[in-house]
Design a protein around this ligand. Structure first.
Ligand SMILES: [Zn+2]
Length: 304
């Protein structure tokens, strides 16, 4: 995945910067995906009390420092990654992490929960909790069962409180329907005009839609429209640099364009292989996920 290549690239750049004579030899084993684990974790302020956490294991995460507590959004991919995020937060504030909001159930966003303190209020949509319950049935995930969401909501939820400067804050949790998964949640920091959107937008690649988790390309498009209409200027995605409304508009236009082409070719009676060929889709051998075109084809032709 391009995210991994980016991380490996970042890691390689670090090795190169260290300018050690052995850098070239060290760079060889660095090409393993495991290197993603050791990509440096960085904390980037987005607004006075809102921070983006990149690197380490798994997807980008975020945290928000309220007067008496911290709200974390997503948890990285491994116990160590989660612990590392906890220690990065501790460098910024002594406040305890009281709330954890999960954007969706994918392992690169939630499996680091085991590195967080017990007893947090963990918020997610109902769909996300269901998907996590399913995933955590696996014995290898037993340690994560203590971190199932403790509060779920259907379409929206609000967190209010006070900021360190004494001002009130409002954080909205919004679920617009199935998109990337069945339970995607957008976390809107109203005063900061910033939304944490999990995997509801990608850059440099087609969005992933997990049909096996109830995701749909049509829902993804509808959700993008909702995201664009939010009172937000900055969008923090799990696998990209901060995005703007304009970035989302371009992504929406490209998805709508792709969907229209797939629909037209289906109307002409083409098979999925013919459509993929016509649209220049190449599925790499061993590719983990079906292409967006295949997902669109299935969404448009399959009865659910
Ligand atoms: Zn995801």
């Amino acid at each position: 995945m391009s995210r991994i290549s980016l991380m490996v690239f970042a890691a390689l750049s670090l090795v190169a910067l260290s300018a050690a004579p052995a850098a070239a030899q060290q760079a060889q084993p660095a090409a393993k995906p495991a290197m993603a684990e050791t990509a440096a974790m960085t904390v980037q302020p987005i607004a006075p009390f809102l921070y983006l956490v990149k690197g380490g294991s798994g997807a980008n995460t975020a945290f928000y420092v309220a007067r008496q507590f911290v709200i974390a959004v997503d948890a990285k991919m491994t116990t160590d990654g989660g612990r590392q995020m906890v220690s990065e937060i501790a460098k910024v504030t002594p406040n305890p992490i009281v709330f954890m909001i999960l954007t969706h159930s994918d392992l690169d966003h939630v499996n680091g929960l085991a590195g967080f303190p017990r007893g947090m209020t963990i918020k997610s949509s109902e769909g996300t909790r269901r998907e996590m319950e399913e995933a955590f049935k696996d014995e290898k995930m037993a340690a994560l069962r203590a971190y199932l969401p403790t509060e779920t909501f259907e379409s929206s939820n609000v967190l209010n409180g006070e900021l360190p400067d004494g001002k009130a804050f409002q954080v909205s949790l919004l679920h617009f329907g199935p998109a990337h998964t069945s339970g995607d949640t957008v976390v809107l920091f109203r005063d900061e005009k910033t939304a944490v959107i999990g995997d509801l937008a990608f850059t440099g690649r087609d969005p992933l839609v997990h049909r096996q988790k109830g995701g749909t390309s049509l829902g993804y498009i509808e959700t993008l429209k909702k995201l664009i209409s939010l009172p937000a200027e900055t969008y923090l995605s799990g696998h990209a640099d901060p995005m703007t409304k304009d970035d989302l508009r371009k992504l929406l236009a490209s998805m709508e364009d792709k969907l229209a082409k797939v629909r037209e070719l289906i109307g002409q009676g083409k098979t999925i292989d013919e459509i993929k060929a016509a649209m220049g889709v190449q599925t790499a051998a061993g590719s983990r996920w079906p292409s967006l075109v295949e997902v669109m084809y299935l969404d448009l032709t399959e009865k659910r």
